[in-house]
Design a binder for this molecule. Structure first.
Ligand SMILES: [Fe+2]
Length: 448
């Protein structure tokens, strides 16, 4: 990355970090059960709500206790159950129509991150009818009091129940973007492990690894606080302790509870300390190919952590020590590598694939640009990378490059010689090679 832009990024991040104590961060009020929702609605004089969920979840009966409680309390409930993975602007607008038709005064997101983000997007539209969702892309553009948002996560998870952002896909460009403002932090989060027991093993694993990615990226970034460090470490410990148990036995309530807590803690951490390039690249894969968000993060995480090189060794060592994989006397890079290997070992046991089979060379330049635009200058990552450098992660994780790999020389030389990203796809024909990061390569401080 060019030095001037790098200096600008770091100055921007430092200013944001210094201003952080002045920002109106808050925690959602925690409810233990959906049956507490009607009481909270009546406190706020709300007599009609929109329930945003997905059809499979509703058919499974998971939402029926809530619908019954609302009915018993005389609250009118309009249901929007067409939420899909990676919700689009059109989805959020359709949900908004239901909100208006039902003359609702609050919104309940019930499901995975998609339902929660769609519910937040409804609240944003209710508060800012003068703007489109496209107008509100980015950070701190909403500036309004939202109707009450209740987040009922059924995955553990996206952490959306604790975050200040809604992630949507612009269906015109397949660009996944966020609307981020403090007012998007839900008013209430219902953390009931029983709501997560029906989550199938694959989604238990991938959403759990999304939570792990939140905790790790929040911890290794340069804008942490004492709270976010503590929350991240606790989340990492809980995930290593409980994720595999929840994956093997969905009915293990103790494990489900631990994961729900981990997801929430990681959400509170990353909404203050941000994520990193793993999320930037994952968002582009979700936007372009609908790769489930947690799966994208899971596959990318080890690659991104190694690419940060020595800039991430010390914080990764802390996590390694927290998991008792190393102690203070262990050299930083060895401890960091042990942590990364613990992640990849766990991912293998959770049957996470090592590659994506959907990446098309001709899409990489655009996706890398989107990823860089999301991360820079906002995310206080350990080591800055521009779009050209981010291309390595697509190549490293693309499965369908078999023949090209034979003629490949080295991705790094491509990254250094490709001045114009638009030429990338053409040049890539000759130099594709899935990256092979040596375990302790780059003693000088970087694996790139
Ligand atoms: Fe995430």
């Amino acid at each position: 990355m060019n030095a001037f832009f790098a200096a600008y990024c770091r100055a921007f991040q430092t200013a944001f970090h210094l201003l952080m104590p002045l920002f109106p961060y808050r925690m959602p009020e925690i409810l233990n059960n959906v049956r507490e929702i009607p009481g909270k609605l009546s406190e706020r004089n709300v007599s009609a709500v929109l329930l945003v969920t997905d059809s499979a979840l509703r058919r499974s009966g998971v939402t029926s206790a809530l619908e019954e409680a609302l009915r018993d309390a005389g609250v009118r409930c309009t249901v929007y159950d067409k939420t899909v993975a990676n919700p689009t602007i059109a989805d959020a607008e359709a949900a908004m129509q239901a909100y208006r038709a039902g003359e609702c005064g609050a919104v309940i997101g019930f499901g995975g991150g998609a339902a929660l983000d769609c519910a937040k997007a409804v609240a944003v539209q209710a508060a800012r009818p003068d703007k489109t969702l496209r107008d509100l892309k980015g950070i701190l553009k909403v500036h309004a009091k939202l109707p009450p948002v209740f987040a009922v996560p059924t995955t553990a998870g996206t952490g959306s129940e604790a975050t200040a952002a809604a992630i949507l896909v612009d269906e015109r460009t397949r660009h996944k973007f966020q609307i981020s403002d403090f007012c998007l932090i839900p008013s209430y989060a219902v953390l009931d492990a029983r709501d997560t027991v029906s989550l199938p093993p694959f989604f238990t694993a991938t959403t759990g690894l999304d939570a792990l990615t939140h905790a790790v990226e929040a911890y290794i970034g340069r804008s942490t606080t004492r709270y976010t460090r503590r929350a991240s470490v606790e989340a990492v410990r809980l995930i290593f302790r409980f994720l595999e148990r929840a994956y093997r036995d969905g009915g293990d309530l103790e494990a489900r509870k631990g994961m729900l807590r981990a997801s929430y803690l990681a959400g509170t951490a990353f909404t203050r300390s941000f994520v990193g390039y793993c999320h930037c690249v994952a968002h582009t894969l979700g936007g372009r190919y609908n790769v489930p968000h947690g799966l994208a993060n899971a596959v990318l995480l080890p690659h991104v952590l190694r690419a940060y090189g020595s800039s991430a060794w010390r914080p990764l060592k802390d996590l390694s020590v927290a998991l008792k994989l190393a102690d203070e006397r262990t050299p930083d890079f060895v401890a960091a590598e042990r942590f990364i290997r613990a992640v990849t070992d766990m991912e293998r046991r959770l049957d996470i694939p090592e590659k994506f089979d959907c990446i098309r060379p001709e899409d990489i330049a655009q996706m890398a640009r989107y990823a860089a635009r999301e991360g820079n200058p906002l995310y206080p990552v350990p080591r800055l990378m521009d779009a050209r450098e981010l291309t390595r992660f697509y190549v490293a994780t693309a499965e369908n490059l078999g023949d090209l790999a034979e003629t490949a020389e080295n991705l790094d030389s491509l990254a250094e010689t490709t001045e114009n990203l638009d030429d990338f796809a053409e040049k890539a024909e000759n130099v594709w090679k899935p990256l092979k990061y040596g375990p302790l390569r780059g003693n000088k401080g970087t694996t790139s």
